[in-house]
Design a protein around this ligand. Structure first.
Ligand SMILES: O=C(O)[C@H](O)[C@@H](O)[C@H](O)[C@H](O)COP(=O)(O)O
Length: 253
């Protein structure tokens, strides 16, 4: 695990864009594509540098395939939609091939949409657009980008929720998220932990306690915090923090 602490959001955004570009190049060199799962929240605006110079021109966008680590069960044009957030603020500004954008079906129930999304990913694993893990029966996304919530949740994996126990499904749904809206679809822990790379982002003092519990705390109770449970089996985990979010870390002060 690597922890990168930044003085300001602008510096964090630039470092994040540099890191994404580097992982993209490695992945395309290795197997010709870059399969990335994104989530909602402020991480989308922190990725905005990708749509600016030099990244917009230097990155090979034709090789990108976009997925969602989690989605809210609302229409795609609803203000709460993670798809809408990413489309309006990032994807519409990038030359990504529209057919490479795999959003979650918004015309189904949460349960149906989760199982359809898993089916879609299974087809893409068969055609090798998404790699397969060689140690688990899971897809191996090239990169999963997650933002930590103030309560320590990531994607739609919330503290003390039975969804954390899910071992068989790749994609599942929840009906009672503590953060609205309550109905959500999410990649499961085994899938996130099978990724080749996971980037976790947290900014602001409101996230400092969750970050401390996820990275620093030795208390066994913290081992069940979703953000702490993100530990890629063979992949690489990098945390991107600003000084406020890192303010309770003692190991890295
Ligand atoms: O659908 C969601 O709610 C998001 O995908 C979620 O996982 C988000 O990334 C975190 O909650 C952090 O969100 P904030 O940046 O708004 O705290």
């Amino acid at each position: 695990m690597e922890v990168r602490i930044h003085e300001c959001l602008d510096e964090l955004s630039t470092d994040l864009a540099d890191q994404i570009e580097e992982l993209c190049e490695e992945s395309i060199k290795d197997h010709g594509v870059f399969a990335v799962a994104i989530s909602g929240g402020s991480i989308i605006s922190l990725m905005r540098k990708l749509s600016e110079a030099p990244y917009k021109k230097t990155i090979d966008w034709s090789k990108w395939y976009i997925f969602w680590a989690d989605e809210r069960v609302v229409a795609k044009n609803h203000v709460d939609s993670n798809y809408k957030l990413a489309k309006d603020n990032l994807l519409s500004k990038l030359p990504i091939v529209p057919s490479h954008v795999y959003s979650i079906n918004d015309s189904l129930t949460a349960e149906e949409a989760a199982s359809e999304y898993e089916f879609v990913i299974r087809q893409l694993v068969k055609t090798r657009v998404v790699n397969v893990s060689n140690i688990s029966d899971c897809p191996k996304f090239d990169l999963i980008l997650l933002e930590v919530g103030a309560d320590g949740h990531v994607a739609s994996l919330f503290p003390n929720h039975p969804v954390l126990e899910e071992k068989n499904e790749w994609v599942t749904f929840i009906a009672n998220a503590p953060k609205p809206p309550p109905e959500r679809i999410t990649l499961t822990l085994p899938v996130i932990n099978s990724a080749a790379n996971v980037i976790m982002v947290a900014t602001g003092g409101v996230k400092a306690e969750a970050v401390r519990m996820a990275i620093d705390d030795m208390d066994p109770e913290c081992s069940v915090l979703p953000a702490r449970m993100i530990q890629p089996s063979v992949g690489k985990l990098v945390w991107f923090l600003d000084v406020e979010a890192a303010s309770k870390l003692t190991r890295f002060s």
